[in-house]
Unconditional design. Structure first.
Length: 201
């Protein structure tokens, strides 16, 4: 019997092409699905006496301030709550690196890689698209590159990871079960600007 193919969360939703008001426009929005990420949540136990400032994973510190992200070319570490972080990477051996760096006596370590749908939206109007559905303050002095925040988008719980502002670029995480609804909510909000659905590179 053939083994069933693993389908990405947005396999049936993300279709490549040009959409919306795209004619005779430059700098269209780009929307892509990011696949095959390793995503681990780690949460420090209250009873643990470990000093967070001394912990590094893939040579990255765990941010101790709200909204902050530490990163290198391969991995991003997102502060998502008090003593709670997401470790996100393309590295297939991320799990091994985590367990080499921290002990499960100090942290609850949970692999949530298969439970998230992940979009990237970039372009000069990317922030405007997010403003349509999210209540967070996107002012430059409040939300900056390498910040992250849990929020909602048209009633769907999401996590926004702000990558860059030249041009604007965001990675967006939603529960897999809401992936299709979230995708269509984002793309519907992008139609007035015109967007290109592309493969992630």
């Amino acid at each position: 019997m053939e083994q069933a193919q693993n389908l990405s969360p947005l396999h049936f939703d993300h279709k490549l092409g040009l959409f919306g008001d795209h004619e005779n426009k430059e700098n269209l929005l780009k929307i892509s699905e990011i696949k095959d990420l390793s995503i681990f949540q780690i949460a420090k136990f209250k009873k643990s006496s470990i000093e967070i400032e001394k912990v590094t994973i893939n040579q990255l510190n765990l941010p101790t301030e709200s909204l902050k992200v530490s990163h290198n070319q391969e991995t991003r570490v997102l502060w998502t709550g008090p003593d709670t972080w997401l470790i996100i990477s393309k590295k297939i051996d991320l799990k091994d690196e985590i367990y080499k760096s921290i002990r499960d006596e100090d942290f609850a370590i949970t692999d949530i890689s298969q439970s998230r749908a992940v979009l990237q939206i970039s372009g000069v109007n990317a922030k405007n698209v997010l403003k349509k559905g999210s209540p967070i303050n996107f002012n430059e002095n409040m939300f900056k590159p390498n910040n992250c925040v849990n929020t909602t988008y048209n009633g769907i719980n999401i996590l926004i990871d702000y990558l860059d502002d030249q041009p604007f670029c965001f990675n967006l995480y939603a529960l897999r079960s809401f992936g299709g609804s979230f995708y269509h909510s984002i793309t519907d909000s992008s139609l007035e600007y015109g967007y290109e659905a592309v493969s992630y590179t």
